[in-house]
Design a protein around this ligand. Structure first.
Ligand code: NIG
Ligand code: FE
Length: 417
């Protein structure tokens, strides 16, 4: 039984292909495959799954008297967007840091002085769970307005078991309290507190000891900020090996500022993704591709930190990497939930093509959070996460930048916008 049909789609990018292949798309040629159908329609069943997708006439034949026909007005349609890297749950805000950075202080200077992430750790500790939940819910609503239907959410503003659990439990409650799908990542290794009461080694062991409880409470991934003056490659390896032994999948904030070998570590560990990568070496990027690690580019962050962006063209043209994009929404290095802006910056600063950008923001982003089987493509049998743009084509969506072009948004077959 067909519950509704999204009809009169001018241009549909399914991000699928004729053979319904699975897996992330690697390199420039594959990432230019979009599964385009002109004058298309999508049939959705009573369970919210895609009953069929194809040319209008064939799909409209499936309608009965009770089927709701929805007019996409000749617009562009894509799968629901997937944001595979956010620091969703946090207290407070950090607007005072940008003037300091513009006056010459670096992101890591501010962190070393107890600001930055450590400031948000204090702000998050000061908030009740209810207040954190409300703030994060507003962020998710904002993300949905740009077409996002699946969001990864990291901890990392607790740094103690109690604080990390608080953040994780808020994210878990949010997963039930609003329509978007969430994926949970534990990131107790996000920063090192300023005046450690213990030795550095003991602090690293405390982090390792938090992982079982965070995993049991629903954290599917573990992530470490491997960076000069934050966590070393050796510390990252130690923490993530423990995570792997528990059955967690792994991610790394890798080579964001200094080229210390985060990309190489991601390859060695077989991480699901390595993210940021502004300073990653050519060798590290090639090793990531060989190991099947997805490169998650965060163009909003390089823009806001005023840094040279990740070398997406090398990743795509030379290293044959699977590239994804993410907002990195957080209060310090990318305080914006505008995933449309992320995608426009992928065009303007990463020099990706529209085809590569939609692959990076749907299919590859879903694989970057182990959701390639349920999100990122429009295919018969999949949950109907669908963006209908009030815009005629993908180039228009990217170039008319900074605003939302979402006309309608469906999550698991239900219209939420
Ligand atoms: O991905 N680089 C480290 N972590 C975050 C920023 C978190 C913050 O500044 O609060 C990032 O950019
Ligand atoms: Fe991040």
């Amino acid at each position: 039984q067909i519950r509704r049909i999204i009809d009169n789609i001018g241009l549909l990018w399914t991000m699928d292909d004729a053979n319904h292949t699975d897996g992330p798309r690697c390199g420039r040629e594959a990432m230019r495959t979009v599964g385009a159908i002109e004058n298309a329609a999508i049939a959705i069943d009573a369970a919210g799954l895609i009953a069929d997708v194809g040319p209008r006439k064939s799909i409209l034949d499936m309608a009965d008297a009770d089927t709701e026909i929805i007019d996409a007005k000749g617009g562009f349609v894509s799968p629901g967007l997937v944001d595979p890297h956010t620091h969703l749950v946090h207290g407070g805000s950090r607007e005072k840091e940008l003037p300091l950075r513009i006056a010459g202080a670096s992101y890591l200077d501010i962190l070393r002085q107890g600001g930055g992430i450590l400031r948000t750790v204090r702000d998050t500790a000061a908030q009740s769970e209810a207040a954190l939940l409300n703030q994060a819910k507003v962020s998710l609503e904002r993300m949905s307005r740009f077409g996002v239907t699946t969001v990864e959410a990291k901890t990392g503003y607790g740094l103690t078991l109690e604080g990390e659990m608080k953040q994780l439990l808020v994210a878990k409650q949010l997963a039930e309290a609003q329509p978007l799908s969430l994926v949970h990542t534990a990131m107790p290794a996000h920063a090192v507190p300023k005046d450690l009461p213990t030795s550095r080694e003991a602090f690293i062991e405390q982090i390792v000891d938090m992982l079982p409880a965070l995993h049991d409470a629903g954290a599917e991934f573990a992530d470490v900020f491997v960076e000069d003056g934050v966590f070393s490659v050796e510390e990252g390896r130690h923490i993530l090996m423990k995570a792997k032994s528990l059955g967690m999948k792994t991610k790394i904030h890798a080579d964001e500022i200094a080229p210390i070998g985060g990309a190489e570590l991601a390859a060695e560990l077989g991480a699901t993704s390595a993210d940021h990568l502004l300073a990653a070496s050519n060798e590290g990027l090639v090793k990531m591709a060989e190991a099947g690690v997805i490169a998650v580019c965060l163009p909003g962050t390089s823009f806001y930190l005023q840094k040279t962006p990740a070398r997406a063209r090398f990743m795509l043209d030379e290293a044959n990497l699977a590239v994804a994009v993410a907002s990195d929404y957080n209060p310090g290095s990318c305080p914006s939930e505008n995933f449309g802006l992320t995608m426009s910056l992928a065009l303007l600063t990463l020099h990706m093509t529209p085809e590569e950008i939609w692959n990076a923001a749907t299919r590859n982003a879903a694989y970057a959070i182990a959701r390639g089987d349920v999100a990122g493509v429009i295919r018969k049998g999949r949950p109907a996460d669908v963006v209908v743009y009030a815009a005629p084509n993908p180039e228009y969506v990217l170039t008319h930048f900074g605003i939302s072009h979402v006309g309608m948004l469906f999550v698991k077959g239900r219209r939420i916008l």
